[in-house]
Design a protein around this ligand. Sequence first.
Ligand code: ADP
Length: 226
Amino acid sequence: MIFFDRVSKVYPDQSVALENVTFTIEPKEFVSIVGPSGAGKTTLLKLFLAEEKPTGGSIFYDQTDVHTLGRKEINEFRRKVGMVFQDFRLLPNKTIYENIAFTMEAAGRTDEEIESDVPHVLELVDLLPKIWNFPRELSGGEKQRVAIARALVNEPDVIIADEPTGNLDPVNTYDIVQILKKINDLGTTVILTTHNKGIIDSLGHRVIAMERGKVIRDDKKGKYDV
Ligand code: ADP
C-alpha cells in the first residue's frame, strides 16, 4: 500500500509544489493522476521514489516511511517500482535484448534468468520478433512497449507510467493502455499520469485530479473532468 500522509513540498525557491496531499493506493489498483502542467504530478512521483524530500508529512510504502530508508534500502525499494517515461529512455546503442538485459544485470540477476526472462517479457508486449533490433529501428509505439517490458522484467509491485502516451498517435496510445490494463490484471499496481482525457474516460478506473499542488478530486470510477 502507498500512503501519502499530509504531504507538502516547497522547493528552495519557495515554489509550492504540493500542499497537504493525502491519499492511499491499495495493491493491484489502477490509478490515474491527472492535472495541468505545474499541478505537482512529477513532484509527487519524485517524493514517492525518494528522489526529493517532502517539506512536510510522510510517504509510506507498506509500513515503511520511504524517507527514513538508507541508501542501500532505497535502491531495494526502487526495484519494486518499474518506471515508464514519455521519452522511452532506451539505450540507443544496445539492442532490445541488451536494453532489457542491462536492467536485469543491474538488479543482480543471473545469466540464466536473463536468457529466459527477456524473451518472456517481450512476448508479453508482443515484440519478440524485434528482440535483435536497435531502438532506432522501432516505431514510437514499439519503443514504448520495450520500455514497458523493461519496467516489468524485475517483477515490480508497482508500475509508474509518467505520460507514457505523450508522444504517440491514437492507435499506439490505445495499445499501450491495453498493455497497462493487462499488467494490472496480472496483479501489478499501475499509476498512470496523463493529459489524455480519452484514456481516462475509457479506463473507468480511479482518478486523482490535482491542481496547484492540491488533490481537488479523487473518484473511484473517474472521468477526466466532472
Ligand atoms: P507537473 O508534473 O504536474 O507539471 P511539477 O511537480 O513538475 O508539476 O511542478 C509543480 C510546481 O513545482 C510548479 O510550480 C513547478 O514550477 C515547481 N517545481 C517543480 N520542480 C521544481 C524544482 N526543482 N525547483 C523549483 N520549483 C520546482
